[in-house]
Design a binder for this molecule. Structure first.
Ligand code: M6R
Length: 606
């Protein structure tokens, strides 16, 4: 996803901007560029591909100057190319912009501008913003930005400079995130804090519909309407050390290994006297009388929602629906004021999840956010927030955030179940004890990587892998399949085991890999029947099963063991071998594991 960095201060801007863009590489991108103001003009350098290509150009023709903006682009309008890379400028070259997100009415704006004789050099929606600025400029960049933003609809962040006002950068946030980093005699701008964490830990958040005027002395924020905003700065807890690989080959592997600690962190301080979230204060009183829970999310967070549904239904007896956010937001859902909407998102910036959450709120629902990022857009939108405390997740493939979401959902379900008189103290105490044991159990799964390496050799040549399970094991199967496909590029499909006979069994042949998750005791016998069916067609069965389960050896060719736990919590452990299987397969295939092709860490466009 696109990344933005800006700088005004005493240092060479090129250096700061390149460093910041390096820090944002994990988000995924396909081109990069810089614009730096110097001697009355703004010079641009940009290149398709990874940052090294841009660096090669900068080596030949450096950009001197102490104020500038930089960008990594993830293509939406127009293919990845030098000319579509940001920054973009107007025809005089005086106005330069970088932009994240999408200008929804850019076609109409572009034809209007072309009609007025403006020539375009790229296929991007961004370029209209540069031309609009030039047209709207009457001696004050901030006013020009304000007028341009009023004309451009959509969810985006815009950062602009002009050679006519050196030392000044103006940024506007229309949903897509932007922060200001404050230093001594220098000021930074970024779409994400890690971009500038090596320079400062003091931040101001620019909120939706606000404009910030940035100079080396700091930032002045006001609303689009021109009302000054007093914003208190805060100190970020994360430093860049915690976002390094710590000796692991990939961020994904590091994050998988952090999971035992993450489980403990998510639980930390949230259980008192055997009671989950006893001191969570709800903004409007306990929602014990809630009639329905809606869970909305995308990708891995959606899979967490599938597990959450069973937790809420079993522990709190609240009917729960899980909906992909991109579907929910356009489905005219019957969300009412006696409902609770749980929006689940690692980043808290996923555009669809945010939109679905806002819709739920408009319909009168209480909004609870389960997210990993403090101060994220989702967190700020919600009535209540439960942070997962998984720490920065850099790998595009989500791992530790998923486990933390499951733990968070279980805490919430226990809390609701207690308020509603559904889960008794004994049941709660037992589950809480079991939750506490999961850190050690997850660590046991991580202790020996050899089985995963060996199995990777068997999966790497497959063209399709099928993942099956029943009940909660089906949710785990979905997450396992997503992990494999997104980082290894092997086609992987998950289905409830009972669905095989209704079509997919036709594809199972000699050697077809079938990964079965077999932890749900009430459905275990049924799952074995499905495994016998695929076995009879020659499938190579890999099972994820509990330690001590001997029956599984009769049908599975390979078994990946997880320690026994309560069936309701088994997705927390089952995820770990599935992540490792995907990781080692992708590694054997030499894939770009932390930044898989075509994907981005944070999907801030629809
Ligand atoms: O930040 P979010 O949790 O809202 O992100 C949702 C999905 O984009 C994300 O889980 C995605 O599916 C991951 N790449 C999966 O590993």
């Amino acid at each position: 996803m696109c990344g933005i960095v800006g700088y005004v201060g005493p240092r060479p801007a090129q250096e700061v901007l390149v460093h910041g863009l390096r820090r944002l590489e994990y988000r995924g991108y396909d081109s990069a560029g810089l614009a730096v103001a110097h001697n009355g003009s703004v010079a641009i350098s940009k290149a398709e591909g990874k940052l090294d290509r841009l660096l090669a150009r900068l080596e030949e023709a450096p950009l001197p100057g102490r104020a500038g903006i930089g960008h990594t682009r993830w293509a939406t309008h127009g293919a990845p190319s030098d000319r579509n890379a940001h920054p973009h400028s107007d025809n005089t070259g005086d106005f330069v912009v970088v932009h994240n997100g999408i200008v929804e009415n850019f076609r109409a704006l572009r034809s209007e501008l072309e009609g007025a004789g403006v020539g375009f050099r790229s296929e991007t929606d961004t370029e209209v913003l540069a031309h609009l600025l030039a047209l709207e400029y009457e001696g004050d960049l901030k006013e020009a930005v304000r007028r341009a933003v009023r004309r451009a609809s959509g969810a985006y962040a815009l950062v602009a400079m002009t050679s006519r006002e050196p030392g000044r950068i103006v940024a506007a946030r229309m949903i897509s995130p932007l922060v200001v980093g404050l230093g001594e005699g220098e000021t930074f701008l970024a779409s994400d804090m890690p971009a500038v964490l090596d320079y400062t830990r003091e931040f101001l958040i620019i909120e939706d519909g606000e404009i910030a005027e940035v100079t080396r002395d700091g930032a002045r924020i006001e609303t689009l309407e021109g009302r000054p905003v007093e914003r208190r700065s805060f100190t970020a807890e994360w430093d860049n050390e915690s976002v390094q690989k710590a000796g692991f080959a990939h961020f994904m592997l590091k994050e998988i290994h952090e999971q035992p600690e993450v489980i403990a962190r998510t639980l930390g301080g949230r259980i008192h006297g055997g009671k989950a979230l006893a001191d969570l204060s709800w903004a409007e009183g306990d929602p014990a009388d809630v009639q329905k829970i809606w869970i909305t999310a995308c990708g891995t967070a959606y899979h967490a929602g599938l597990v959450g549904r069973t937790m809420f239904e079993r522990l709190a007896a609240v009917p729960t629906e899980v909906a992909y956010a991109h579907e929910l937001r356009y489905s005219n859902p019957l969300i009412g004021d006696r409902s609770l909407t749980l929006a689940v998102s690692q980043s808290g910036e996923t555009a669809d999840t945010l939109a679905a959450a806002k819709l739920a709120r408009r319909r009168g629902s209480r909004l609870l956010a389960l997210t990993n990022v403090v101060g994220s857009s989702l967190a700020r939108e919600a009535d209540e927030v439960l942070y997962t405390w998984a720490g920065p997740e850099i790998s595009v493939a989500s791992t530790k955030a998923y486990l933390a979401m499951l733990v968070g959902e279980c805490l919430l379900a226990l809390r609701l179940g207690r308020s509603r008189g559904v889960t008794g103290p004994d049941q709660e105490r037992k589950l809480v004890e079991e939750l506490h044991s999961l850190s050690d159990k997850a660590a046991r799964v991580l202790a020996d990587q050899d089985p995963f390496r060996l199995l990777a050799g068997e999966l790497a040549g497959a063209s399709s892998v099928y993942y099956i399970g029943r009940g909660l094991d089906y949710a785990s199967a979905m997450e396992g399949a997503l992990k494999l496909k997104e980082i290894s590029y092997i086609h992987a499909e998950a289905m409830p085991a009972g669905e095989l006979k209704h079509g997919t069994l036709a594809l199972v042949d000699e050697g077809t890999p079938v990964v079965a998750v077999a932890t749900q005791q009430n459905l275990y016998g049924k799952l074995l029947l499905s495994l016998q069916e695929v076995k009879a067609r020659g499938a190579m069965v890999i099972a994820v099963a509990y330690e001590g389960d001997e029956e599984i050896d009769l049908v599975a060719d390979r078994v990946l063991r997880v320690p026994r736990t309560a069936d309701l919590l088994s997705p927390i452990l089952a995820a770990v071998p599935l992540q490792l299987l995907a990781y080692h397969t992708a590694r054997l295939l030499g894939r770009d594991i932390d930044q898989p092709r075509n994907l981005a860490k944070s999907v801030t466009v629809e």
